[in-house]
Design a protein around this ligand. Structure first.
Ligand SMILES: Cc1cc2nc3c(=O)[nH]c(=O)nc-3n(C[C@H](O)[C@H](O)[C@H](O)COP(=O)(O)OP(=O)(O)OC[C@H]3O[C@@H](n4cnc5c(N)ncnc54)[C@H](O)[C@@H]3O)c2cc1C
Ligand code: SF4
Ligand code: SF4
Length: 402
């Protein structure tokens, strides 16, 4: 990728496009323009309300619910709502191609950007690739081929750059673009992926998927179908080092992808053994149109869970602040606590801790507190540009210093 001169970069792929100058692409970078703010206003006609605690965390939505495909799609991350929606949009001729990722043939967890323009190729985009991924590079192919209607599936940094670029320059202005967003946090640079996986899993070679789940365990699925469950609290201390994550992802303030037409995740859905419930946040009329395509295929349920999670966030926040401030801290290879104790704590939290939208509330607040102090202590000159205005509001709800 050409040098962008940006301090922070999540390798979203826009600056790798050769059909237009990288100097133009970089002007649309979220790490230069900041998260949400004007972009949110341009998309919705207003910024999120600071008087609405749900909107402050989840962004502007017209509808939120939980759902799963009645027939889950094998090989997808959860039930496969995203991939099925993409296929249906293609079949209905709503879009001519899908800008997304497929798996690298060399490393199961790595991605290759793709413009998928047939059903099989779209199906091949399914499943997570938990590494920084240059999704937007394929915009170039769509542009070269003169496509007029495309779907882009990506994380929040992709959506910010895409929306800004489409508005700022002529190249994509005539294209009708639909977007499906994934929630995204703690993504990983390719160079660090193996190191991290080896410290989480007993069998990194057979690992096929990994998720930080609502039961406070990391679920690592293996090739033989078994699922290894590791408590968050028992990870080696060195995995608590913020330095192992990309600086861009530690400076990210849009976990729930608020500029997408529709966000499809799982964190606001309750975890039920044997089910693959997902969380759907419809944001725009285009998002509504996309989810309507699956009307017959979805089992839908209302959101569940208690909103309140204050004591859990407050309990975590002191440790977060200390950790973000201690820039030169040495991290030990030892586990924070033994696995049996971690399992016990996770089991207790499953009984008494936040669930459903309460878990989403907790997780969003936890990460925005962490990222605020990361930027404050490591990139103080970028604090004003990067941090959206709801973040200090939420910090002050907890009495945390700005
Ligand atoms: C690093 C990372 C962290 C995540 N963290 C959370 C979380 O904390 N909470 C939560 O609810 N959800 C999170 N997700 C999203 C979640 O894992 C699922 O992708 C989502 O719920 C959709 O499930 P599905 O079965 O509908 O997806 P599928 O039908 O399998 O489709 C997934 C789509 O996402 C695309 N994709 C995969 N990896 C990337 C990537 N790195 N960048 C851009 N696009 C990608 C795929 O190519 C595919 O198009 C995360 C995803 C990633 C990559
Ligand atoms: S994040 Fe994207 S737009 Fe920003 S510098 Fe990196 S490649 Fe360019
Ligand atoms: S955590 Fe944020 S910056 Fe990093 S890949 Fe995900 S959306 Fe982009």
């Amino acid at each position: 990728m050409p040098s962008t001169g940006n301090k922070l970069c999540s390798s979203c792929g826009l600056c790798s496009v050769r059909e237009w100058p990288a100097e133009k692409s970089v002007l649309s970078c979220v790490f230069r323009n900041g998260w949400l703010g004007e972009r949110e206003k341009k998309l919705f006609g207003r910024e999120r309300s600071l008087d609405d605690p749900f909107e402050m965390r989840f962004g502007i939505t017209t509808e939120r619910f939980t759902a799963q495909l009645k027939k889950p799609l094998e090989g997808s991350q959860w039930s496969g709502i995203i991939t099925r929606m993409a296929v249906r949009a293609f079949e209905e001729n709503i879009v001519e191609g899908v800008v997304s990722l497929r798996r690298s043939p060399d490393e199961h967890f790595f991605s290759i950007p793709v413009l998928a323009d047939n059903r099989d190729e779209i199906y091949r985009t399914r499943g997570n690739k938990p590494v920084l991924s240059p999704v937007l590079r394929s915009l170039e192919t769509a542009w070269q081929r003169g496509m007029k209607k495309i779907l882009v599936i990506g994380a929040a940094c992709h959506m910010h750059a895409l929306r800004d670029f489409q508005e700022r320059f002529d190249y994509l202005r005539e294209m009708e673009i639909f977007t499906i967003g994934i929630p995204c946090v703690d993504n990983v640079a390719r160079a660090n992926w193996r190191w991290i996986l080896e410290r989480m899993s007993r069998s990194p070679e057979t690992a096929r998927y990994m998720e930080f789940m609502q039961d406070f365990l990391i679920h690592i699925g293996h090739a033989d179908g078994s699922v290894e469950k590791v408590p968050f609290f028992s990870l080696p201390q060195e995995l608590g080092n913020p330095g192992i994550f990309p600086e861009s992802c530690m400076s990210c303030f849009d976990y729930l992808n608020s500029l997408s037409d529709i966000t499809i995740g799982y964190l606001g859905a309750e975890l039920i053994e044997g089910e693959k419930m997902q969380w759907v946040l419809v944001r725009t009329p285009k998002g509504k149109m996309l989810i309507e395509l699956l009307k017959e295929e979805l089992a839908r349920c209302p959101e569940t869970g208690e909103w309140e999670c204050r004591k859990f966030v407050l309990k975590a926040s002191k440790g977060i602040m200390e950790n973000m401030q201690a820039i030169d801290r040495e991290y030990s290879k030892k586990r924070k606590i033994p696995v049996w104790l971690g399992q016990l704590m996770a089991a207790m939290l499953r009984l008494s801790g936040p669930k459903g939208i309460g878990f989403a509330h907790y997780s969003v607040d936890y990460h925005l507190i962490r990222h605020y102090y990361y930027v404050k202590f490591r990139f103080p000159d970028m604090l004003e540009t990067l941090v959206p205005r709801h973040v200090p509001e939420i910090l002050s709800e907890y009495g945390l210093p700005i």
